[in-house]
Design a protein around this ligand. Structure first.
Ligand SMILES: [Fe+2]
Ligand SMILES: [Fe+2]
Length: 328
């Protein structure tokens, strides 16, 4: 018998009773009107498969509640309900509360139910298969975390989300062409799907600014690999996801950023991601210039083969396109 126990915390009793009506037939629902009450319930009535909380509550806020809940019940899947603009909340929730899902308030009923069902499933995977956290199980377990980050970026910056999706596909194809191990390729693809996460700190006006950008604006944009690293390093990934993100703008000859690494100091996954990123960026329309054709984009990496870009990666990328890879 699966555990469908869901704890829902919200300081608004009307919202709680609406949730009870909606969810009581599908889940074993317990509600609390404050973080403190939620903690007491977790201690006495656990284990819960899923813990859902509002962010804004008097006393303990949602992030504080989730980090306390995590101490008591580390396996419970944690879900945060927050307003669209609460970007800092989202980041804190990832870092401190280790949430798996974000839902935007007000959340449509069907979406809430579907998310809770997924979370219950995820809980079952984690608790039943924890002996071997590898292969498929591992990926199910971290899927929620990565998905939470992807949907956060989609909300804030759809253009970056679209870019990341395309870079992810190309990076995966290059990794396959180079014969990276399945595990290494999966970690790379995971990193590629969220590699520009740090851009959520850069004001949208700068990211979408047409024409020339100032030195200050450039410096701000160039913080994004480090910011992404700082956010991701606290999440326990099964591989160097945070380092790959941190190094995706490093260049072979040391001219990249933020660490000015060179040659083999740069992870091979980051060298692949760097090339996929440049090709996709050039081939896409940017606010300050029209798109290059794929041939023009490939000419750029060919020109800097062995200078900025790893020669083997460039060759593999060219072969991938020769074999018919397209972004669309
Ligand atoms: Fe980037
Ligand atoms: Fe990028």
């Amino acid at each position: 018998m699966s555990n469908k126990k869901v704890l829902l915390v919200d300081d608004d009793p009307n919202i709680l009773s609406a949730y009870r009506r909606l969810l009581r037939k599908k889940f074993h629902l317990v509600t609390a009107e404050s973080g403190a009450e939620g903690i007491a319930i977790l201690e006495k009535q656990g284990p819960f498969a899923v813990v859902v909380t509002d962010f804004r509550m008097p006393g303990m806020n949602g992030v504080e509640f989730l980090s306390a809940a995590r101490q008591i019940s580390p396996d419970s899947i944690r879900i945060m309900l927050s307003g669209q603009a609460d970007m800092q909340v989202t980041i804190n929730a990832i870092n401190e509360g280790k949430v798996s899902y974000f839902l935007t308030k007000p959340c449509p009923s069907q979406h809430l139910i579907r998310t809770l069902m997924e979370a219950v499933e995820q809980y079952e995977v984690i608790t039943s298969e924890r002996v071997k956290l590898e292969g498929e199980n591992l990926h199910k377990a971290i899927h929620g975390t990565v998905q939470a980050i992807v949907s956060m970026i989609e909300r804030r910056d759809p253009y970056t989300a679209y870019h990341q999706e395309r870079v992810k596909r190309l990076a995966g194809a290059i990794a396959g062409e180079m014969g990276l191990s399945g595990e290494q390729a999966e970690i790379l693809v995971l990193a590629a799907s969220i590699h520009d996460l740090g851009k959520i700190y850069v004001p949208a006006e700068i990211l979408t600014k047409p024409g020339h950008i100032t030195d200050l604006e450039r410096a701000l944009i160039e913080t994004h690999p480090q910011v992404g690293y700082d956010i991701l390093k606290t999440i326990e990934f099964p591989g160097p996801v945070s380092q790959i993100v941190q190094q995706h703008h490093e260049r072979l000859n040391g001219s990249g950023y933020p660490l000015h690494l060179s040659g083999s100091q740069i992870l091979i996954e980051a060298r692949i991601l760097g090339v996929a990123d440049v090709v996709e960026s050039l081939a896409s329309h940017r606010p300050y210039r029209p798109a290059f054709t794929i041939d023009e984009a490939l000419a750029e990496i060919r020109k800097n083969r062995g200078i900025l870009y790893d020669p083997e990666v460039v060759d593999a990328c060219l072969r991938v396109f020769q074999k018919g890879f397209t972004f669309d």
